[in-house]
Design a protein around this ligand. Sequence first.
Ligand code: C2E
Ligand code: CA
Ligand code: CA
Ligand code: CA
Length: 278
Amino acid sequence: AKRTPGTSLAMAEQRFVQMSRDTLATEQALRKGIRNHEFYLEYQPKIDAASGKLLGFEALARWFRPEVGQVSPVEFIAVAERTGLIGELGSSLLEQACCQIARWRSELGACVPVAVNVSPVQLLNPGFPQRVKALLEHTGIPAESLTLEITESAAVDNLEDTRQQLTVLEELGIKVAMDDFGTGFSSLSMLRQLPLSTVKVDRGLIEPLPAPDAVAVVRAICQLAAALDLEVVAEGIETLEQAITARDAGCHVFQGYFYAKPLAMAEAGAWMERLYAE
Ligand code: C2E
Ligand code: CA
Ligand code: CA
Ligand code: CA
């Protein structure tokens, strides 16, 4: 059927109204979900490229909405950021991660490191470092067991504020990883200007491995990271071939479906019992 411009404009308008309505619905649902403790974490193993040992986990937010089902974090984190609910949600998730580290520590006798994603809005909140410090004290976990994963976009837009916040966190002994590196607005000098311990090479750069041009890019990132004394994590490893190529290019740590999907807390605990370094 042929559409007149008038019709397609009306349709666009309708879509816009629907989109705003969805956002609204999700914001209310988000508030309710936070109140009802519907948010929880899954834990994806991080593997040492040299030894195959478990090095720790990345905590990933999950939301099971009764009557709707599982909602993707890509979706609800964006709404939480837009509506300002990310502070409350992020604090709750960070607290869950620290409590889990403490629980594993007392149950299994080993302190397994966990990385938690922090949104730019959350990181740039002036009270954030103090809140993290209080959480460490409250749960009694060592600062070294916590890594915060931040994204480039935060740092690019507010380099000086980001640097200040990260400096306070670094002084507490917390590690910081630059997430999704190599996509978007990467600035190489940013790696030097921020107190980081880790760079995570984005899945988009790992996926085409072992294509020679992709290998060249990953190798260049690893060389830069080595010069700056940063650990390199390869994200989204799905095949053995990708793992071998990434290791040979200089990546130190693997994360991806080839090893494990994000796991429920109990499954992650079982991995720990089996694989965590003695
Ligand atoms: P991310 O931080 O880059 O996390 C990695 C994403 O890749 C996760 O998706 C993970 O499940 C997925 N993944 C891991 N290995 C593979 C693989 O081998 N293949 C493929 N195709 N995917 C893989 P997820 O859990 O859907 O999370 C998506 C994004 O949502 C995260 O990307 C992060 O940006 C955001 N996010 C998740 N949890 C949180 C959180 O607690 N706070 C904040 N601020 N953001 C979060
Ligand atoms: Ca991440
Ligand atoms: Ca990532
Ligand atoms: Ca990503």
